[in-house]
Design a binder for this molecule. Structure first.
Ligand SMILES: [Fe+2]
Length: 213
């Protein structure tokens, strides 16, 4: 997609990816999962002549949202998170906006779509613009998010991976929330072949593989 701006930044001690995503033409963007080093994020935006308009959170774990309150306050911009995120992960931010499955958020002249993907936490969201899919901790390259943390649910993760993610087009490019895999991005088509969590023979097989039972 010619008019889409995307920048992937590995940052912090937990191999997190933070993203700028938005409109190439207007230079308006959203920051996805700001948790580490807001000064670096702001200077990256300034260097690329970008205007940060929104903050999007794939979920409420601290390594994905710790910087959102500061950034929201400094730039006076809203923070979006699923209305279904667990109450104990919900950030306390004045400009918090709840989002739902299927919601569209315009950024400059492009439109971002929110896709609910519960499992890792109750309120996990993936964000899609064109053929780009930001997957947070739902899907990694050749991995998926753990389901044993508070609010995690391996049965819901199975439904998300096999009934939501696997039904999306093969030519989508997956950009995950952590740099855990052999590459920093990959097509969904390839992930459908190589990701051990997308190639389970049954739900039982998935649960055994993910949770050890
Ligand atoms: Fe997480």
């Amino acid at each position: 997609m010619q008019n889409i701006y995307l920048k992937q930044m590995e940052i912090g001690p937990m191999q997190n990816f933070q993203y700028f995503i938005g409109c190439q033409r207007t230079r308006q963007i959203a920051v996805v999962d700001p948790a580490w080093d807001m000064e670096r994020l702001l200077s990256e935006a300034e260097n690329d002549e970008l205007e940060i308009r929104h903050i999007l959170l794939t979920h409420g774990h601290p390594d994905h949202m710790e910087g959102a309150a500061e950034l929201s306050r400094r730039l006076e911009i809203p923070v979006y998170i699923s209305e279904n995120e667990a109450p104990f992960y919900m950030p306390h931010i004045q400009r918090l906006r709840h989002i739902i499955d299927g919601q569209k958020i315009p950024i400059g002249k492009v439109e971002l779509q929110c896709i609910a993907t519960p499992g890792h936490t109750p309120g996990c969201m993936c964000f899609r613009i064109g053929n780009i899919l930001l997957t947070g901790d739902t899907l990694f390259i050749d991995g998926c998010g753990r389901c044993d943390l508070p609010g995690g649910d391996p049965q819901r993760m199975y439904d998300t991976l096999y009934h939501v993610i696997k039904r999306l087009p093969d030519d989508l490019i997956i950009y995950p929330g952590h740099s855990y895999g052999p590459s920093s991005f990959c097509t969904l088509g390839k992930q459908k072949q190589t990701n051990p969590y997308l190639t389970c023979k049954s739900k039982k097989d998935f649960l055994e593989h993910r949770m050890g039972y």
